[in-house]
Design a protein. Structure first.
Length: 140
């Protein structure tokens, strides 16, 4: 009987890792990021992202949290079945991240003084969160 339980646990783990992999890949592509860019934003190794997406290996807990934060979702969103639609309110972090992304979409149209002002604002907003904004990533 224990063999059945172990097999069921393995199946559940395999299903969770597949769902995690699909969700992480989908969310990363929605942001237009490469695996390396997600790794940079999440402050994890590119190998961690590659293994999760390509081999279905679930990262360690702290890295799951970092990946979720970088993607602007909750950890449970990464494990949610993509075939089941649920209504959820965006968090204040999601809203703040989205506002920063939208703001920097207009950077090519701004002069240097405006860009400096926006970078100062972004760094001020980032200090409210947990991580400062790497301005080199924002101005390319």
């Amino acid at each position: 009987m224990a063999h059945v339980s172990i097999s069921a646990n393995r199946m559940s783990l395999m299903q969770n890792s597949k769902v995690f992999s699909i969700n992480m890949n989908r969310l990363r592509l929605q942001k237009g990021w490469s695996q390396a860019e997600l790794a940079d934003w999440a402050d994890v190794s590119a190998h961690t992202i590659f293994r999760a997406e390509s081999k279905g290996i679930i990262p360690r807990g702290q890295n799951i949290q970092k990946i979720a934060q970088a993607l602007g979702v909750t950890e449970s969103d990464l494990f949610a079945d993509p075939n089941i639609k649920t209504e959820s309110k965006p968090s204040s972090t999601d809203n703040r991240n989205q506002a920063i992304v939208e703001l920097f979409a207009i950077v090519p149209t701004l002069n240097e003084s405006q860009i400096r002002d926006i970078l100062a604002l972004a760094n001020g907003l980032a200090t409210i969160g947990t991580k400062s904004v790497d301005t080199k990533k924002l101005v390319r």
